[in-house]
Design a binder for this molecule. Structure first.
Ligand SMILES: [Zn+2]
Length: 462
């Protein structure tokens, strides 16, 4: 099917859907239930079309899409989240058609699951459970056992609700886990630690699964630092060394979870202060904080770190004396840096702090990479190095997007208000956003007074 033929069929489907939506779905209870069931089956079959679409995009050289990866092509093109784009790419790999090195068609990796999805007998929740099962399956499980498990789970999924399939899959995993010894690679596959997005109340969820070694390290650290009376933020002088006195222990009303949290915070703070973490992109590993003079003086509002976390101003001020953070203070209106704590003698370091503080993250529209992950990109197209350069010509870009500029002809330039515009090469220009407001969410809520089109015109005529 050429993509033109594909478009025609989608247009025909859309026309059918419009007819269906205009149709009254009345009838007996049994007839209405039938319609609900048939519609669900149809929607489930559409997932097979997702794999078809992703597979067809995967055949195009990625530069021709003007992107750094298939997933980023999907999230830009379809305006879906990065998590959803990654899921679609991986699911198409597991459930979509494949071909051998010589181009011969191969069955999908999870072939029974794919077949059940194609028939519309299983939905997204079933597929998620089966894929999760195989992600966690230990390396010692042999090929035949894997195949048998896949066939069994796919068959079960056709008759069970997702919750029930999950219980069955968990049980099968336990049975298979007992047949051998987990290798280091199996443990590595299962261990992870993630910090979630910051919530409206300022907290972020940390989740994880520790391998035995990290578990043991945690135990040792928590035994000391999370003991009752240690590192208690309610104390005027929290005990950080030695044994907490009886008084401090009695005063401590924190839960175990709270004490673990405060212990980890104290350990990380001590690590940063020790200076033993080396440097990261030219700066000692530390927290870079930016704020405006107005907020600093009023002691209210929030500062922003190079990792994109909002920090209440009261915390910044409270920590200022003890901490080894870098602090950048900006004028509220002109965005001019007024003060650079710690590093003002070194131009390249100062630049990096200002970049963190001003751009906060990758400036490419749609990119969510925070400042700490980014490199300085020179808007004139030169590689930014450590020699002092006019800060007005630098923008933050993550490594993947920096490559995009080198390889696929994207360019950047500064708007008059200091925001970086990303200009696609003409053949890849389908009217994408030019500036990234992700790291400055306050900008989403106010109209952009800097009309991008007229900005282009001004630049073109100059
Ligand atoms: Zn980026």
């Amino acid at each position: 099917m050429s993509s033109l033929a594909g478009s025609k069929r989608i247009a025909a489907l859309t026309a059918e859907l419009e007819g269906l939506l205009a149709e009254s779905l009345d009838g007996s209870a049994a007839e209405r239930a039938d319609t609900a069931f048939e519609w669900e089956t149809f929607k489930r079959r559409c997932a097979a079309m997702d794999h078809h679409v992703v597979g067809s995009l995967a055949e195009v050289p990625i530069e021709e899409l003007g992107e750094s990866s298939l997933a980023s092509a999907l999230w830009t093109l379809l305006r879906i989240s990065a998590a959803e784009a990654n899921r679609r790419v991986k699911e198409a790999r597991d459930l979509g058609p494949r071909s051998s090195m010589t181009g011969e068609p191969l069955e999908p990796m999870l072939r029974n699951t794919a077949a059940a999805q194609w028939r519309g007998e299983i939905g997204a929740e079933h597929v998620k459970t089966i894929r999760r099962f195989f992600k966690k399956l230990p390396g010692f499980v042999n090929h035949d056992t894997r195949e048998a498990a896949e066939a069994q789970l796919a068959e079960l999924a056709c008759g069970l609700r997702p919750e029930h399939l999950r219980v069955a899959a968990d049980h099968l995993a336990i049975l298979l886990d007992q047949d051998g010894e987990l290798t280091d690679a199996d443990l590595a596959k299962r261990s992870y630690l993630t910090k979630g997005k910051q919530q409206a109340d300022g907290t972020s969820e940390i989740r994880g699964c520790a391998d035995p070694e990290l578990g043991a390290l945690f135990d040792a650290v928590l035994a000391k630092w999370a003991a009752p009376g240690m590192c208690n933020p309610d104390d005027d002088n929290p005990c950080l060394d030695g044994e907490p006195g009886q008084d401090a222990r009695t005063r401590d009303v924190r839960t175990t979870g709270q004490r673990n949290h405060d212990a980890l915070k104290a350990v990380l703070r001590a690590m940063l202060a020790s200076g033993q973490l080396g440097s990261h992109k030219g700066l000692p590993v530390t927290i870079v904080i930016s704020t405006t003079l107005k907020e600093l003086e009023s002691g209210t509002g929030h500062a922003v770190t190079g990792g994109g976390t909002l920090l209440p101003m009261s915390d910044v001020i409270r920590q200022a004396s003890a901490a080894h953070h870098y602090l950048a203070v900006f004028d509220e209106h002109t965005q001019e840096p007024l003060y650079l704590g710690h590093a003002k003698r070194l131009a390249s370091k100062a630049q990096r702090i200002v970049l963190y503080a001003r751009d906060r993250g990758c400036t490419r529209p749609g990119c969510t990479a925070p400042g700490y992950w980014c490199e300085a990109h020179h808007d004139d197209g030169w590689a930014a190095n450590d020699s002092p350069t006019d800060i007005d010509k630098l923008s933050l870009a993550c490594p993947a997007d920096n490559k995009l500029i080198e390889k696929t002809g994207w360019s950047t330039r500064k708007r008059k208000d200091g925001r970086t515009q990303w200009i696609p090469p003409p053949k890849l220009d389908w009217g994408q956003a030019r500036v990234n407001n992700y790291h400055h969410p306050e900008r989403y809520l106010i109209p952009d007074s800097h009309d991008e089109k007229s900005d282009d015109d001004e630049d073109d005529s100059s």
